[in-house]
Write a protein that binds this ligand. Structure first.
Ligand SMILES: Cc1cc2nc3c(=O)[nH]c(=O)nc-3n(C[C@H](O)[C@H](O)[C@H](O)COP(=O)(O)O)c2cc1C
Length: 215
């Protein structure tokens, strides 16, 4: 099932209807959710879809933590918020703005019916003696993990869920590691909030010619 959301980008080319392209085109980041719970089975379907993503050497460097327990979600939101507060304070951000940012982050995370923490592991990736290739290998793992996360977002959209990628774990990986008691090699990359949509969104995209060169 592809859920139809307001047309984000006019279908300028009048292209034929292709379900996967329609899913890509109509997916939006959804940040507000209804009270309807998201089942364990549905989360498993999303994770299975994500696992079918391409990955460098087919090493599947993605790792996922499904957080469905409200107490865990609350603890994660609170402790990530503490780190955000510390970071913003040391930037000299005014207290009112810090409170507003941390409260928004807390509500976003605790307002989701489920969270998926997307992590990356290098254990199965190739190892090199030099920094140039080590960096390339790391990037390939990060690219593969991001592809899995994108497919997870698309699968969520296809099953009628709303989802949003949050980058916060990148800024406090140690906090996420500690709160969720992750294995040492699991590097938190992103947090995906999930739930049944309580909002609709429209977005635009920059014209193709500003992003593409033809040679
Ligand atoms: C790497 C990455 C990081 C993002 N981080 C956040 C975030 O921290 N908070 C948030 O609300 N949205 C975040 N987003 C969602 C973007 O804001 C969103 O994808 C963009 O505005 C386009 O909107 P659309 O997804 O509805 O097309 C992130 C997206 C990506 C790909």
């Amino acid at each position: 099932m592809i859920i139809s959301t307001p047309d984000p980008v006019p279908n300028q080319l009048n292209a034929p209807y292709v379900p996967i392209v329609e899913a890509i085109r109509t997916r939006r980041s959804i940040r507000r959710y209804t009270d309807q719970p998201v089942s364990h089975e549905l989360i498993e379907m999303l994770l299975t879809a994500a696992s079918w993503s391409p990955s460098a050497h087919n090493r599947q460097p993605w790792r996922f933590v499904a957080v469905l327990t409200p107490a865990t979600r609350d603890s994660l939101a609170r402790q990530m918020g503490e780190r955000l507060r510390t970071d913003l304070s040391s930037d000299g951000v005014p207290i009112a703005a810090i409170e507003s940012d941390t409260n928004r982050s807390y509500s976003r995370i605790t307002g989701a019916k489920a969270l998926i923490i997307v992590c990356l592991s290098l254990v199965d990736m190739d190892q090199y003696p030099d920094a140039r290739r080590t960096n390339a290998e790391y990037l390939m793992a990060a690219q593969s993990t991001a592809m899995a996360a994108q497919n997870l977002l698309l699968a969520a959209h296809g099953y009628g869920l709303g989802a949003c990628w949050m980058c916060a774990p990148l800024f406090c990986p140690d906090v996420v590691q500690r709160v969720l008691q992750l294995p040492d090699d699991w590097q938190p990359q992103a947090l995906i909030t999930l739930g049944y949509p309580a909002e609709t969104k429209t977005k635009t995209r920059e014209p193709l010619e500003t992003r593409v060169l033809w040679r």
